[in-house]
Write a protein that binds this ligand. Structure first.
Ligand code: NAD
Length: 292
């Protein structure tokens, strides 16, 4: 069994990005600048945003954290978005999801300038991805594609099962892996909450991407030997014996599934760090596009 080490791979990607930033700085050019908008005080969201800002420092990017109160109105948030769209210093930005319930997420995502949409969530960028045109790929699926590529996992002609059809993970993952591209050319099935007899599908899949958000859902008895497992899930499970009062686990029961897998991502240390590295990659791309 080979562990698909997202931490190690993401560090290698960050080193590559850092060396490109050093070259830009050496030639007197502008560093990439990422902004992150966070609304409210959700613990997990604050942690994610903090790690994105920290990653910017690590590779030499400028970063701006825009922290807004939970009570902000949709109109006020749209005003912030407009400012970010027109600020020439900002190459790309993200709006950390989920947003408070009184704000329409779609309205916010639609207001982001597609040229600065380094999360790749704007319909223009989703459309470009679906048509296999140059774009910002959404960071989590992009990270998974990169991980598969760097570990030389064969995907061509393989039966891939993506569990989950969210706009940010499952759906784009299914599109990318079915495309004619590296880590693509697969025969993809997408499963969701209405799928019947899921275990019939899991047992025949060569590669499973689990992105449903149910801790340790996929167990060893549900998979075949030599399967490749990509565990996207990140859930905080309450546990008073842990210093933080919780532990983090994925959608895969690692102990039983890893015994049968040929490749598997751990949680933490798998898809999560790759997501951050690809966000940085998209920001560098945004900066280079703005400069040209
Ligand atoms: P989501 O809640 O938007 O979507 C979950 C999907 O799972 C839905 O499409 C639903 O139909 C499907 N589903 C639910 N129950 C199912 C079942 N019993 N059988 C089959 N399908 C079922 O979730 P999301 O935003 O895609 O996130 C999924 C998980 O991935 C979460 O744990 C989230 O925290 C994690 N996540 C991790 C990263 C990362 O960087 N590692 C990024 C995004 C999301």
């Amino acid at each position: 069994m080979v562990l698909l080490d997202g931490k190690k791979t993401s560090n290698a990607i960050k080193d590559e990005i850092a060396s490109q930033v050093s070259s830009l700085v050496a030639s007197g050019e502008k560093k990439p600048h990422l902004a992150a908008v966070i609304v409210g005080n959700d613990g997990a969201s604050l942690t994610y945003v903090a790690s994105k800002v920290k990653a910017c420092e690590r590779v030499g990017f400028e970063s701006t954290l825009v922290k807004l109160p939970e009570t902000i109105s949709e109109k006020e948030l749209l005003h912030t978005i407009l400012q970010l769209n027109t600020n020439p210093k900002i190459d790309g930005y993200i709006v950390q999801l989920p947003l408070p319930k009184h704000i329409d997420e779609q309205n916010i995502l639609l207001a982001i300038d597609p040229k600065k949409d380094v999360d790749g969530f704007h319909p223009v960028n989703v459309g470009r991805m679906a048509l296999d045109l140059p774009t910002f790929l959404p960071a989590t699926p992009y990270g998974i594609m990169e991980l598969l590529e760097r570990y030389d996992v064969e995907t061509s002609g393989k039966n891939v099962l993506v569990i989950g059809r969210s706009h940010i993970v499952g759906r784009p993952m299914s599109i990318l892996m079915s495309q004619k591209r590296k880590s693509g050319n697969a025969t993809v099935t997408i499963a969701h909450s209405h799928t019947k007899q899921l275990s019939t599908l899991t047992k025949t899949a060569d590669i499973i991407v689990a992105a449903l958000g149910i801790p340790e859902f996929l167990t060893g008895d549900m998979v075949k030997n030599d399967v490749t497992i990509i565990d996207v899930g990140i859930t905080r499970v309450a546990d008073n014996t842990k210093p933080k009062g919780y532990y983090i686990t994925g959608d895969v029961h690692f102990d039983s599934v890893s015994k049968k897998a040929s490749y598997i991502t751990p949680v933490p240390g798998g898809v999560g760090p790759m997501t951050i590295a690809m966000l940085l990659k998209n920001t560098l791309l945004a900066r280079n596009r703005h400069a040209n």
